[in-house]
Design a protein around this ligand. Structure first.
Ligand code: ZN
Length: 273
């Protein structure tokens, strides 16, 4: 039985292996259409379960930054318009999903001082989507599932039994509102890809370094240790800041100041009700 599992795993790896833009080997077992559908469905669930900000100035600011970023994302990543929603929550968090969905929590706007720093956040999140990180995570879950149940599954294909499993793969967590941390390699890749993307979109890539310094300070002062996207400890803030600083030699070449939008951050971000 062990041999069969190894053969099965090897077959999957051979048929679904490709590389990310930074040259990392990837295993992707799902189609873009499947991922888009999961992303859309998870986003609808989020919208049902989490309060949405009605503050016009806050929404305008986030929409302005997000649209500057998304117009520089290849149509092969998402064909239609991106949907951007500001969630009224004190959590320091944001996410992007396959299917062209972006969620920004009002809590993160207290950490991002400028449009450039929010550009760094959204660039990073969209970077996870560009590089198919959800597909990889779901595929890893699926291979694990096959390993466990191969003996009883004749065809060798295991479908996810419930929505919680794929929502976890997308990073949405089982309880709504909890964004699961990505792996260290996914985080590093999203940092690099995101920094290039923000630069091309007219945001100063140096702001990504300042952002993570702010994030480290916020983390230290608030004592927040929730396993959220931005509070996860891998890579550590220091590693992250170092890598982002080093990559500036590349991203500064893409920095297109003429593209810089004029997104006005509201003086007051209303506290969640
Ligand atoms: Zn991330």
């Amino acid at each position: 039985m062990k041999f069969q599992i190894i053969m099965l795993s090897a077959l999957i790896v051979l048929t679904a292996c490709s590389s990310s833009s930074t040259g990392r080997k990837q295993i992707k077992l799902f189609s873009s259409a499947e991922l888009d559908q999961m992303g859309e469905s998870s986003f609808e669930e989020m919208k049902k379960n989490t309060a949405i900000s009605q503050d016009k100035a806050t929404n305008d600011f986030v929409q302005c930054v997000a649209s500057a970023i998304t117009k520089n994302v290849a149509k092969s990543v998402h064909q239609g318009d991106w949907e951007v929603v500001v969630f009224d929550s004190a959590q320091v968090n944001a996410f992007a999903l396959p299917g062209g969905k972006i969620g920004v929590y009002t809590g993160i706007l207290n950490v991002t001082e400028t449009q450039d720093q929010l550009g760094a956040i959204i660039g990073h999140e969209v970077g996870h989507v560009i590089e198919h990180h959800s597909n990889e995570r779901l595929s890893a879950n699926k291979i694990q599932g096959i390993g466990m149940t191969a003996a009883t599954t004749a065809a060798g294909m295991v479908e996810f039994e419930n929505k919680d499993m794929w929502m976890a793969g997308l990073g949405m967590g089982i309880q709504y509102g909890l964004i699961m941390p990505y792996s260290r390699s996914h985080e590093s890749e999203a940092d690099i890809v995101g920094q290039d993307l923000m630069a091309r979109s007219g945001f100063d890539p140096k702001a990504s370094v300042k952002l993570w310094q702010n994030m480290a300070a916020f983390s230290a002062s608030s004592g927040q240790t929730a396993p959220a996207e931005f509070m996860s400890t891998h890579p550590s803030n220091e590693t992250r800041i170092k890598q982002l600083s080093e990559h500036l030699s590349v991203s500064m070449k893409y920095y297109d100041k003429n593209q810089a939008p004029n997104c006005v951050k509201p003086k007051i971000i209303p506290k969640p009700a």
